[in-house]
Design a protein around this ligand. Structure first.
Ligand code: ATP
Ligand code: MG
Length: 565
């Protein structure tokens, strides 16, 4: 049989891609249909991004399609806000479901009919045990479960009770519908799993039409079958659910036979990927919201200034495997720096300004000097920066009494001001408290552009800003949200929160051109790192977030041979 399977792109072949390629080659499937099935009970995080890149990625590579399906079976925790955020996040990552937007709730009627089908086949029953009793009857990994006394109800009684459950005749928790499989099964998921529970709750999409809702297990595989999903890809914790997934498919008149495959979820150092915990950080006000730049959510990452391309690169780099592990967050940061180094335009900003007066430079003069926008990209061109008698440099670039390896500015020392001149510090002016408040310097007019005709080369080049041509800015510096690589390892996640994960600097200065950087673009403040405008910006008062510093710890770790990937 001729094969039309497109060659995989730069993604490495992994076991999922191999299975799909083989299924297409053998003719088992004509096309590949995957789905990304979030529950809209929170914002998506970087772990979900791995799943999105996998599901949408393989569909794209093999010429199939990927559905976005909201797994909205638990109305008490789900909200429209989350649905909207999830859609925006998938689009931002660069993927599109086209016409194929679905909701498990679209299938409530069909799922209900299938529950009736199981009852009529003697394969489901209404159980009056309480949730606690059901748990007690379930047994453990080493002990078999016990059958419920209600397990032998007649089909007629089950039908009657289940219909009355739907009509709202019973309060929450009074009864459930369970599959009748095997209370002694070695797989606990097969010990008569719950299919429906009573919940008198309004649903974001179906309103008050229902007061019984299907469980995840009952809804998920059947939704896959309804949509003609060929490869239902999920994380390893569902491996033990697969026999149940298959049991439903075998025992129901479903229109197609999807198969479930499991891969290892993403875990990242210094990061917690659990919607429940992230929700807690938001609701307790420990962060600025779901999109706080320190959050591992896709919206947080976006607000932090990480490019979507870097997330996709990261997903490709970590690959898809079967073994759980923890990925070093430095690897993600490495991908971000890699993209930004190539693409981010450069500019000058001074976070903690120290005034410099060039005593031999005429007052009132403003000279335009050429600055390179991106040394990695000649097409980005140049811009003009203005040099004047009064400037600002970074406070930490001056030391009155420099230690041995400090090459930056100090009394009597000459440094280069980037793109401008060589300047020499003549005097440090102090206030009454003894703090340096101003530097009196001189410049060498023969060094315009930064090179001396006599070839002398200062050891340091500093960034600077004209005092006359600058815009004040608030700058927010971010560090990891947790102090340790394995947050919660000692039992308390909150105790591991990094109290220094955000530092707000009120008195920053940026070069005027940076004040108009559009939202969504990340730039490099030379020598300081990558920064992006924050939505909190106001006209005339920009706010910038530090995306990352310039130093790449991943490269250092690799050089030390600690990581081989
Ligand atoms: P959380 O564990 O953060 O609460 P979840 O698994 O409950 O997330 P869902 O909305 O059910 O969130 O997940 C949607 C899809 O994303 C599922 O297919 C799930 O397997 C996948 N997914 C969730 N977390 C990760 C992760 N860390 N790595 C890879 N895939 C993930
Ligand atoms: Mg889940």
């Amino acid at each position: 049989m001729s094969s039309k399977v497109p060659a995989p792109g730069r993604e490495r072949a992994d076991f999922i891609r191999e299975i799909i390629a083989e299924d297409l080659r053998s003719g088992r499937h004509k096309t590949v249909v995957t789905r990304f099935p979030p529950e809209p009970n929170g914002y998506l995080h970087i772990g979900h991004a791995k799943s999105i890149c996998l599901n949408f990625g393989v569909a794209r590579e093999f010429g199939g399609r990927c559905h976005l399906r909201f797994d909205d079976t638990n109305p008490t925790k789900e909200e429209q806000e989350y649905i909207d955020a999830i859609k925006a996040d998938v689009h931002w990552l660069g993927f599109d479901w086209g016409e194929h937007l679905y909701h498990a709730s679209d299938y409530f009627e069909r799922l209900y009919e299938w529950a009736i089908h199981l009852i009529k086949a003697g394969k489901a029953y209404v159980d009056d045990l309480s949730a606690d009793e059901i748990r007690e009857h379930r047994g453990t990994l080493t002990e078999p479960g016990k059958e419920s006394p209600w397990r032998l109800r007649s089909i007629e009684e089950n039908l009657d009770l289940f219909q009355r459950m739907r009509r709202g005749e019973f309060p929450d928790g009074a009864r459930v519908l369970r599959a009748k499989i095997d209370m002694t099964s070695g797989n606990i998921n097969l010990r008569d799993p719950v299919l429906y529970r009573i919940l008198h709750a309004s649903h974001p999409r179906t309103g008050n039409a229902w007061c019984v809702y299907p469980t995840y297990d009952f809804a998920h595989g059947q939704s896959d079958a309804i949509e003609g999903i060929t490869h239902s890809i999920c994380t390893l914790e569902f491996e033990d659910h697969r026999p149940l997934y298959d049991w439903f498919i075998e025992n129901l008149p479903v229109p197609s036979r999807p198969r479930q495959y499991e891969f290892a979820r993403l875990n990242l150092s210094y990061t917690v990927l659990s919607k429940r915990f992230l929700l807690r950080l938001v609701s307790e006000g420990r962060v600025r919201g779901w999109d706080d730049p320190r959050m591992p959510t896709i919206s947080g990452i976006r607000r932090r200034g990480y490019p979507a391309e870097a997330i996709r690169d990261f997903a490709a780099m970590i690959g898809v495997g079967k073994r759980d592990g923890v990925v070093d967050v430095a690897m993600l940061e490495h991908r971000v720096r890699d993209v930004l180094n190539r693409k981010a335009r450069r500019g000058f900003a001074v976070l903690r300004p120290l005034k410099v007066v060039i005593e031999n430079y005429p007052e009132g003069r403003a000279e335009e000097l050429d600055a390179v926008n991106n040394p990695e990209d000649p097409t980005a061109g140049t811009r003009k920066v203005r040099f004047t008698r009064e400037l600002y440099i970074e406070r930490e670039d001056f030391m009155e009494d420099p230690p041995k390896r400090f090459y930056r500015l100090a009394p009597g020392r000459e440094v280069r001001l980037r793109y401008a001149y060589l300047v020499t510090c003549r005097e440090a002016v102090k206030d009454a408290a003894g703090e340096v408040v101003e530097l009196r310097c001189s410049y060498d007019p023969a060094t315009r552009g930064g090179d001396a005709p006599d070839g002398r080369r200062p050891k340091a080049t500093l960034h600077w800003i004209s005092a006359a041509y600058t815009v004040p800015a608030e700058v927010r510096l971010y560090e990891h949200l947790f102090t340790r690589p394995d947050p919660g390892a000692e039992g308390d996640l909150l105790a591991d929160l990094n109290p220094q994960s955000e530092e707000v600097i009120g008195g920053g200065l940026i070069e005027p051109g940076l004040a108009s950087v559009p939202m969504g673009e990340t730039v490099q403040f030379e020598r300081l790192g990558y920064f992006c405008p924050d939505p909190d910006s106001k006209p005339g008062r920009p706010v910038f977030n530090r995306t990352l510093t310039l130093k790449d710890t991943w490269v250092r770790l690799q050089a030390r041979g600690r990581h081989d990937e």
